[in-house]
Design a protein around this ligand. Structure first.
Ligand SMILES: *Cc1c(COP(=O)(O)O)cnc(C)c1O
Length: 462
């Protein structure tokens, strides 16, 4: 399988280079040259199949002959054995036609684990084959850092440095990063804000000498392997509910549009999908785009669902590329303009194509809190604020047939807000209950790029 850039200026690459490269050299995002498809019989066979086996089938369709089926299967088995629920992504029913898919049974209790666990194994495998070592540098405002640490701890060919803004993330979030004992993980509490951490990250990636000497890499959600890994649970949940004989609706709490786009990928691979509802908080760039046809950046507001406090959804470029009939010149024009103007007017034909599958809905803070309360009293399920955004969105969109709501975080990851809303204190699940007792290991550094770059070099070379 070959991968092309949405901006058309980079040459096509194989799966290995698309995964290890992340962003294409021309600034575009990698997409498969052609979407692989599954037959109806194949999709039906996913019902009741172990999750890791479906994952190996889906990822194998993209990896082609670059990874043997036996190696892919072994990596998927290992990745999903870290989940505390045997089904990996189990569902609970909360209404006559409504199900919640619990994506949070991974080691850091957020849906980022689903993709990061397999991504780490792919990295280690592909780098090992090339005799190469990489250093992953990551700036986190919460969930991504924990998922990355949990996934890459103990990796042989990858070292990870995670920066977080000191005192500005929750204790649970910090402890998921700082309690890893493995020597390939380093955590840095930066004296500054998340924006400072991101500026340092950018500076490090622009430093060619550092970049080459430590083979610097990023694991953000533009990596196509993360999208492919996320499309797996669209297949497993839909097959369990009667696909391909029944078309399913999905409701997805969205920020960078990786998760919702993964549903689109499953659809392009043959899964009958009726509608994908893109639920945002008041950072509503996606909701506005699908409603009005104008994709325009607004100010980022802090909300109860911080993982979705984003006003520029990187993966939207992939959908745009499809909606303009894979026209790279138009895609490059639109997204290069967006970088400076913060605005794209989606051409009418492309908007119609998007609206055939996607509906956008934005949910405010009060409604998010009310939805936590009403879901608990009506169904007995305690949901986190990100999931609540999606459950609330469902009430605004009339859907025909069965709907699956993607639940992206465990309520215990946001204990203060959840207990303030519901009066119930969410407990940490069994496997991580001793989180508060584990010793922490991290360094404190000033929010200064040169200091942190020197730290990264010393850690990578040490
Ligand atoms: C990252 C994240 C999201 C948003 O997912 P995108 O793929 O960026 O749209 C939603 N909920 C939680 C808890 C997350 O960590």
């Amino acid at each position: 399988m070959r991968f092309i850039s949405t901006r058309g200026e980079s040459s096509a690459v194989g799966f290995t280079d698309a995964v290890l490269g992340g962003l294409a050299p021309d600034g575009g995002l990698y997409v498969p040259e052609a979407w692989p498809t599954f037959s109806r019989e194949k999709i039906a066979s996913f019902a009741g199949m172990p999750y890791a086996q479906v994952a190996a089938e889906v990822l194998g369709a993209f990896a082609g002959d670059e990874i043997s089926p036996a190696d892919m299967r072994a990596m998927c088995e290992e990745a999903y054995a870290t989940f505390s629920h045997k089904a990996v992504v189990p569902m609970v029913q909360i209404g006559p036609q409504t199900f919640i898919a619990e994506l949070f049974h991974g080691p850091s209790l957020a849906f980022k684990d689903v993709a990061m666990q397999i991504l780490a194994r792919l990295y280690d495998h592909l780098l090992g084959r090339q005799g190469r070592q990489q250093t992953i540098l990551c700036a986190t405002s919460g969930d991504t850092g924990g998922a990355a640490v949990e996934a890459f701890r103990g990796a042989k060919n990858v070292k990870v440095v995670v920066m977080f803004p000191e005192g500005r993330i929750s204790e649970v979030q910090r402890r998921f990063m700082t309690t890893a004992e493995e020597s390939n993980i380093a955590c840095v509490a930066v004296n500054g804000t998340f924006d400072d951490c991101q500026a340092i990250l950018k500076d490090a990636f622009q430093d060619k000498v550092l970049r080459q000497s430590v083979d610097l890499a990023a694991v953000n959600s533009i990596n196509f392997a993360r999208i492919a890994a996320q499309s797996v649970y669209f297949f497993t949940t839909a097959a369990a509910l009667g696909a391909p004989d029944r078309a399913i609706n999905f409701v997805v709490p969205s920020g960078n549009f990786g998760d919702a786009f993964a549903g689109y990928v499953a659809m392009r691979m043959g899964l009958p999908v009726r509608r994908i509802v893109v639920a945002t908080n008041s950072n509503d760039i996606l909701a506005r785009a699908f409603t009005t046809g104008r994709y325009s950046r607004g100010a980022v507001l802090p909300t109860l669902s911080p993982a979705m406090d984003i006003q520029s959804a990187s993966n939207f470029e992939r959908l745009y590329f499809e909606a303009v009939h894979r026209e790279p010149v138009e895609t490059a024009r639109a997204f290069e303009a967006f970088r400076t103007t913060g605005l794209i007017d989606i051409p009418p034909g492309a908007l119609t194509a998007m609206q055939a599958t996607f509906t956008g809905v934005a949910i405010g803070e009060d409604e998010t809190l009310r939805t936590i309360v009403s879901t608990l009293s009506e169904t007995g399920e305690l949901i986190d604020p990100h999931t609540a955004v999606a459950v609330a969105a469902l009430r605004h969109v009339p859907l025909e047939g069965v709907a699956v709501v993607m639940s992206t975080a465990h309520a215990a990851k946001f204990p203060e807000d959840v207990s303030r809303a519901s009066g119930v204190e969410p407990g940490l699940p069994r496997g991580v209950a001793n989180l508060a007792a584990r010793p922490e290991k991290f360094d404190r550094l000033p929010g200064d790029a040169d200091t942190i770059k020197a730290y990264v070099r010393a850690f990578a070379e040490g």
